[in-house]
Design a protein around this ligand. Structure first.
Ligand code: ADP
Length: 594
């Protein structure tokens, strides 16, 4: 194993321009010194800012009030004010994935500066690009990881625990990728435990459901690897300080109550744990806003990566042992969706996605350059649970699959709401406007202050008109504009099967409580692209397999960039398991190489 000392830090190759930060004075802008407040509409409510200026400097920007969605907007709220002050102008790039919040901040600051007498048009021309371009740099480490999502971070921490020095590069200004936006549900069975016995669950059942739920297209060896190492993954996360709630639940399309829910909202628990590890250890470094562009290959072996830094500078990364590709999927790449889709009628820009904006399939393009084998690229998963405005999973009011139904715009049920994700989405596409309502009652929301995975309370969603409430079903039907008779019939029919514990006309068998305790709640949902199950072929050591069937030396892959684990349909709750299990395997294999 190479020693940590081999990690040497940047040396300057080229020193590029100085272009010192431009002051508004240079563009002719001056201010009336003072403190000004203004607001502009964000995603959920106005964002209010306070801007302090001297005669020639924007000194301070504080966000006074906002109701933006946690984790998604955090970066915009912290970074945008800093960047504006840094640049001393308004030509600041918005934060990918939080564009609306970023724009709201820019607009509110512009309004405040206008009041301070600034020349807004001139300030808009002062951009980040004018700030000094950074120098080209080179780094070396035992293991280079591309992508700081779930799989990349699990690989990084594991490789480091195995004694390797590690550098992670991430193209976005934050870690997390799609993983941090995920609901947080992680499927794992602790075989023989009280919970598993009580749920009549086993690793074998997890295997069967994963394999059969993917129409037997998954590679049996990879599926076996996934389910057998899942619980070990949970214990490993706990050893890093991550906490899970008691018990298990059934996540949408998860087929069985074996999902573990982190204590912290969405996927933040994973990244707080990984970040803590990185922060408290030497020789494991994370570089944000560095985008992998090509592999460095020598004699058929991948030995490094050439990347681009934030300011367009060249970042060269040499790997002593191996490179881990953990770049996620291509849910946000419309061209690739169209190129590979053979299953859905249409996946053009009219179909939104739950994914973060960086899910553009870079890893697939990179893998192609070294002739990696791509498998099952047509297997693109949609969910019936997208927010009508953004396609994201936020605003989802379901707490667990058992206690809610879906009705279409006429107020009628149309599918087994415990079915596979592809089945539910295909059924939703057939409904008027391809639009539906999740309906549930107070069993899961005794007070309305309970929060969903996105830390959004029902009461807040109602205030924001993203969810609706009625003391009776008729009242709810009126609120959402569906036929009250149909809605009442739908709920009564459902309740009769809950009571009788019999399969209903759609074949649904997953039940817990009837829907009979007002107030009743509804929220609108649409089909949305969620997960690209096809990708780079790997073996059980997470080594990438070439078109010729041989291992590509030095290259490992894990997470959504890989293909052939989930087959035609990924079980809800298996993606996070995938990032942890195969991320760890990739990290271990890369660290042990040489
Ligand atoms: P997974 O679940 O497989 O870990 P994620 O979507 O959570 O996938 O994470 C993938 C990460 O890889 C994202 O944070 C994404 O921004 C990052 N990424 C994608 N392409 C590149 C690239 N070319 N260079 C560096 N990072 C990348």
């Amino acid at each position: 194993m190479k020693k940590i000392s081999q990690l040497f830090l940047s040396f300057l190759l080229v020193l590029t321009l100085a272009g010192c930060s431009s002051k508004p004075a240079e563009s002719g802008s001056t201010f009336k010194a003072g403190t000004y407040t203004a607001e502009a509409m964000g995603n959920n409510a106005p964002v209010k800012v306070e801007v302090t200026v001297t005669a020639d400097t924007i000194e301070k920007i504080v966000i006074l009030e906002h109701k933006e969605t946690p984790s998604i907007s955090d970066l915009a709220l912290s970074e945008m004010p800093t960047k504006i002050v840094e640049v001393q102008g308004l030509g600041v790039d918005t934060i990918s994935g939080a564009t609306v919040t970023s724009d709201a901040i820019l607009e509110a600051v512009a309004l405040a500066l206008e009041e301070a007498g600034a020349d807004i048009e001139a300030l808009k021309k002062i951009s980040e690009k004018e700030v000094a371009k950074e120098a080209d740099v080179e780094y070396k480490a035992d293991v280079i990881i591309i992508g700081a999502g779930g799989a990349g971070m699990a690989a990084a921490v594991t490789a480091h625990q195995e004694g390797a020095s590690v550098i992670i590069i991430e193209k976005m200004p934050r870690v997390g990728g799609n993983t941090i936006l995920a609901g947080g549900a992680l499927n794992a069975v602790d075989d023989g435990s009280e919970t598993a016995l009580a749920n009549e669950d086993s690793v074998e059942l997890h295997y069967n459901q994963t394999y059969e739920g993917g129409d037997k297209q998954g590679d049996p060896e990879l599926v076996r690897e996934l389910v057998s190492n899942a619980w070990d993954g949970v214990e490993w996360l706990q050893s890093l300080g991550m906490e899970f709630k008691e018990g298990t639940f059934t996540v949408l399309g998860g087929m069985w109550p074996r999902a573990h829910k982190p204590v912290e909202p969405v996927g933040t628990g994973f990244f707080n744990a990984y970040q803590e590890y990185i922060d408290t250890n030497e020789n494991i470094d994370l570089h944000l806003e560095v985008t992998a562009k090509e592999f460095i290959v020598k004699d058929g072996e991948v030995i490094g990566v050439v990347a681009e830094g934030k300011t367009g500078n060249k970042v060269t990364l040499h790997a002593n042992n191996g490179v881990v590709l953990a770049t996620g999927g291509f849910g946000q790449n419309i061209e690739m969706r169209q190129e590979y889709n053979t299953i859905w009628k249409n996946l053009d820009e009219s179909i939104k996605s739950t994914n973060h904006s960086g899910a553009t399939g870079d890893g697939i393009a990179l893998a192609k350059t070294v002739k990696a084998q791509l498998v099952q690229m047509e297997n693109i998963q949609l969910l019936p649970m997208g927010d009508p405005e953004t396609g994201s999973l936020s605003g989802n009011i379901e707490m667990a699959v058992e206690n809610r139904i879906f009705v279409n715009d006429e107020g009628n049920r149309f599918v087994d709401e415990g079915a596979r994700r592809d089945v539910m989405t295909a059924a939703l596409f057939e409904q008027p406007n391809a639009h539906m309502w999740t309906i549930l009652d107070s069993h899961d929301y005794p007070t309305g202050d309970e929060v969903n995975n996105f830390n959004e309370s029902m009461n807040q969603l109602i205030k924001d008109k993203r969810a609706f409430k009625g003391d009776t079903l008729e009242e709810l039907a009126e609120q959402i504009g569906v036929d009250p008779k149909n809605l009442v019939n739908a709920v009564e029919g459902f309740n009769s099967h809950v009571e009788a514990k019999t399969a209903d006309e759609f074949g649904r068998t997953l039940y817990k409580d009837p829907i009979n305790q007002g107030p009743y709640y509804a929220a609108a949902r649409i089909p949305t692209v969620h997960h690209t199950m096809g990708g780079v072929k790997i073996n059980t050591d997470a080594q990438v397999i070439g078109e010729d069937g041989n291992v590509i030396l030095g290259l490992y892959a894990a997470g959504e960039v890989t293909g052939g684990i989930h087959g035609a349909n990924r079980l809800g709750g298996n993606a996070l398991t995938d990032t942890v299990v195969f991320g760890r395997i990739a990290g271990l294999s890369a660290a042990k190489n040489k």
